[in-house]
Design a protein around this ligand. Structure first.
Ligand code: NDP
Ligand code: GDR
Length: 354
């Protein structure tokens, strides 16, 4: 039975990946951060009390942090995984402008700590490492669509840190012969997407407005264009990269780009509303530097891994709206809500913009 170690298991991708690996019969070890409140809601359905677990596929959670290199090395040597997926990150681009040094430490330093820990383990047994690289690395693009050979021009502290992590991963492959790969993933979304990322903010906003829980939705730059896919399909691509004969870097994308405005149209349209009547601009959501256009070329992943995105943007908006409409209805029936302006519906009114 194969063993996998996953950082960022409590996030959107971590939860889908853990599901996939368990389905494939893996023993999954997940790194979670100690928090004063529960942060495991996305993986609760996967967790089986260790007292009830037999010898089959299982999920075991360990406390750890990407800032703690010694802890990661100890965990790596104790669990001896065949595959490591480094998905943990401060992953919000806007937030990285507010916390650049922390973001750099966790995203770039964290990746390096994982690679170092894996190098130690590789002295004892073979291990394969997946690094969660990002289309944000392309930033201000000079070539469209973007592919594995397109030069990087990062436009945020987050993206700069992901570029550093990318190069560390390639360097460990070249220097030590470690089986280490970069998945350069374009935006991928789902009902499990964090509520301050643009698609989920829109599907939550549109459905809460439709149910009378919110009056307005305040947005940043709605002209930017993204290549959005469905997260559940992208974790399959991560896994395939680690099953390949040789380690290499791959773009995962749909090959279609649309504006944020188009996603607003689709989501509000799905609940019978005209987005222009409800959406207002709040400059707090603008970024000091914006990435205007991302469009990926996934042909290498298709040719070499047999991976292809299946869900289009309309399908993605529909499944997210359906999920969030149920959520809004449950909120409404629970009755413990106040109709909000929607300025900061999903975060404290005095909270920072994200
Ligand atoms: P999420 O923001 O949903 O999840 C991030 C995860 O990282 C959470 O489990 C979080 O834990 C954990 N984490 C944050 N800080 C630390 C830390 N200091 N130590 C350990 N763990 C930490 O991200 P996604 O699931 O969307 O993305 C997964 C990875 O893929 C990230 O690295 C992201 O940057 C990258 N990526 C994502 C894309 C996307 O479109 N979703 C596209 C390209 C790359 P907690 O729950 O406690 O906060
Ligand atoms: P992104 O995703 O920055 O591409 O990073 P996000 O959903 O945050 O923004 C996409 C685009 O929408 C614009 N936008 C807004 N964004 C947010 N969050 N909130 C708003 O109110 C808003 N209004 C407009 C943004 O300016 C941007 O142009 C995501 C993350 O998952 C990264 O971790 C990952 O690496 C990349 O995708 C690929």
């Amino acid at each position: 039975m194969k063993k996998a170690l996953v950082t960022g298991i409590t996030g959107q991708d971590g939860s889908y990946l853990a599901e996939l690996l368990l389905e494939k019969g893996y023993q999954v070890h997940g790194v979670i951060r100690r928090a004063s409140s529960f942060n495991t809601s996305r993986i609760e359905h996967l967790y089986q009390d260790r007292h009830d677990a037999g010898d089959g596929p299982s999920l075991t959670l360990h406390y750890g942090d990407l800032a703690d290199g010694q802890g990661l090395t100890d965990l790596m040597l104790a669990t001896e995984p065949d595959e490591v997926y480094n998905l943990g990150a401060q992953s919000h681009v806007r937030v990285s402008f507010d916390s650049p040094i922390y973001t750099h430490d966790v995203v770039a330093g964290g990746a390096l700590r994982v690679l170092e820990a894996a190098r130690r383990l590789a002295d004892k047994k073979p291990v394969r490492v997946y690094q969660a690289s990002s289309s944000e690395m392309f930033g201000k693009v000079h070539e469209t669509p973007q592919k594995e050979t397109t030069p990087f021009y990062p436009r945020s502290p987050y993206a700069c840190a992901k570029v550093a992590a990318f190069h560390h991963t390639v360097n460990y492959r070249d220097s030590y012969g470690l089986f280490a790969v970069n998945g350069i993933l374009f935006n991928h979304e789902s009902p499990r997407r964090g509520e301050t990322f643009v698609t989920r903010k829109i599907t939550r906003g549109a459905t809460r407005i439709a149910e009378g829980l919110q009056n307005k939705l305040y947005m940043g730059n709605t002209d930017s264009k993204r290549d959005w896919g469905y997260a559940k399909e992208y974790v399959e691509g991560m896994w395939r990269m680690l099953q390949a004969d040789q380690p290499d870097d791959y773009v995962l994308a749909t090959g279609v780009t649309e504006t944020v405005q188009h996603f607003l149209e689709l989501s509000f349209g799905a609940v019978g509303l005209d987005w222009q009547e409800y959406v207002e601009t709040d400059p707090r959501y603008f970024r000091p530097a914006e990435v205007d256009l991302l469009l990926g070329d996934p042909s290498k992943a298709k040719a070499e891994l047999g991976w292809e995105a299946e869900t289009d943007l309309n399908g993605l908006a529909t499944l997210m709206v359906e999920h969030d409409r149920d959520l809004a209805r449950r909120e409404k029936h629970a009755g413990d809500y106040e109709v909000s302006t929607g300025a900061h519906a999903n975060q404290p009114a005095t909270g920072p913009a994200a």
